[in-house]
Design a protein around this ligand. Structure first.
Ligand code: ADP
Ligand code: MG
Length: 422
């Protein structure tokens, strides 16, 4: 339905994003480019936590995002040992969470054989790392098959460190965690950043420090408690915030409106009011929906209607922003020079409640096409972009939902803090 006629091409956008990292203004850590990796064993923590379906990788965007660092290391003749977690196998071996399908996909993407290890640190793995040829790539089995990973156990971290001479963190999506492979390991090895981690942090940091204005944040998703820290911080740097999704009902209830059976977090009502006040004090426009698509239940067959956001009838749930809200948000987003989007505007998984999310996504890609910088974070927001065929239309899709919110909240990421300074 939407035709992406590209005035401002994908490559131009990619270049604009790369320039932010290349300026080195927003990231103070050493990267792979600052160390000599030739013939050295480089242990790289990547984020290969990808969805699997029938034993195959269902979405390889995270694998693709790690390629620049892997290719750089291959070109520099490093011996590459990749490690990652996948899912939550809770410290025991569970074939359903094996990284083997990832090794197969990575091998296709790199057009080369990957040495896949069916274990992580035990047995002859250390011996095999020493036999790697320069440029060769090895992938260890899921780190979380070991309890020591999530517990940040020093013995496990040391064993992991023994597999490399240099440690590289390129797992932005895991950098907000203090695990053996993101934090513990750095006590035993020189530790630097990968190119993806550098880019992710730089782009988000630029957003806070030097956004082109107007800077508009578009926030939705199901829970306000996940986002309140970000809203609090963003109010200090944005010009406006448009809100939707499940979280806007906590704002609407805080203002005294009837929200019917919509999702709400009653323990966040006071905070929501504080945010409304803080926005006023900072002269930030905080937009709430004026109309809402409501239904008696969240199903494909539910009958639905549009009502005023001030008066959702009892027994009905708000499941999407309404047409007037779409129009208002469209105008606000069109005028923006910088956009940060996190969280769908409605239950986009069901077609009749997807219009708000689709409209917002489309407007953001249009603004991007006209030269605005757009950053999108959050697993479901990215899934929505893909579903609408708009994924390539934004400037930057962050691979780490939780980690990107932490940066915008101003909370340091443990996995970044521990890397060597430039
Ligand atoms: P992200 O992964 O992009 O950070 P979230 O996980 O915060 O986003 O929220 C996504 C989920 O919120 C989706 O599954 C969507 O169906 C749900 N959602 C959006 N609007 C509503 C709503 N009005 N009521 C209930 N759930 C909603
Ligand atoms: Mg989500």
């Amino acid at each position: 339905m939407f035709l992406l006629v590209d005035g401002y091409s994908n490559s131009a956008r990619a270049e604009a994003i790369s320039e932010i990292a290349a300026s080195r203004m927003y990231f103070s850590k050493k990267t792979v480019q600052d160390v000599d990796v030739k013939n050295r064993r480089v242990l790289v923590r990547v984020d290969f936590n990808v969805p699997l379906e029938d034993g195959r990788v269902a979405d390889d965007s995270r694998i693709k995002a790690a390629l620049p660092t892997i290719n750089y290391l291959r070109q520099k003749q490093a011996k590459i040992i990749l490690c990652s977690h996948l899912g939550r196998p809770k410290g025991t071996l569970d074939e359903a969470y094996s990284l083997r399908p990832v090794a197969e996909r990575l091998s296709e993407l790199l057009s080369t054989d990957i040495r896949f290890m069916d274990k992580t640190v035990n047995g002859d793995v250390q011996e095999i790392t020493r036999q790697l040829r320069p440029g060769e790539v090895m992938l260890l089995e899921n780190l979380r098959f070991n309890k020591g990973e999530a517990e940040n156990d020093p013995t496990f971290a040391k064993k992991l460190a023994d597999l490399g001479d240099i440690y590289v963190n390129d797992a932005f999506g895991a950098a907000h965690r203090r695990h053996a492979s993101t934090e513990g390991v750095t006590k035993y090895l020189p530790a630097v950043s990968g190119l993806l981690l550098e880019k992710e942090v730089s782009v988000l940091q630029k957003l806070i420090e030097k956004p082109s204005r107007p800077f508009i944040a578009c926030l939705g998703g199901n829970k306000i408690s996940d986002k309140i820290g970000v809203i609090d911080q963003l109010i200090e740097s944005v010009d406006g915030i448009v809100t939707g999704g499940g979280m806007c009902f906590t704002f609407l209830k805080a203002k005294g409106y009837n929200i019917g059976n919509s999702i709400v977090e009653d323990n966040q009502l006071d905070l929501a009011l504080q945010m409304i006040e803080k926005a006023q004090e900072n002269e930030v426009s905080l937009y709430l929906p004026v109309d809402i698509v409501v239904a008696p239940e969240i199903t494909k067959s539910a009958n639905y209607k549009v009502v005023s956001a001030k008066d959702i009838p009892d027994g009905w749930l708000g499941l999407d922003i309404g047409p007037t809200t779409i129009e208002i948000y469209g105008q606000v987003l069109e005028s923006a020079r910088t956009i940060f989007w996190n969280g769908p505007m409605g239950v986009f998984e069901i077609p009749q409640f997807s219009r708000g999310t689709k409209a917002v996504a489309y407007t953001i890609t249009e603004a991007t096409r006209h030269g605005s910088l757009s950053i999108v974070g959050g697993g479901d927001s990215l899934a929505a972009l893909k579903m609408f065929g708009l994924f390539d239309g934004v400037s930057f899709a962050s691979t780490g939902g939780g980690a990107s919110l932490k940066i915008l909240e101003g909370t340091p990421l443990p996995g970044v803090e521990v890397l060597e300074n430039r």
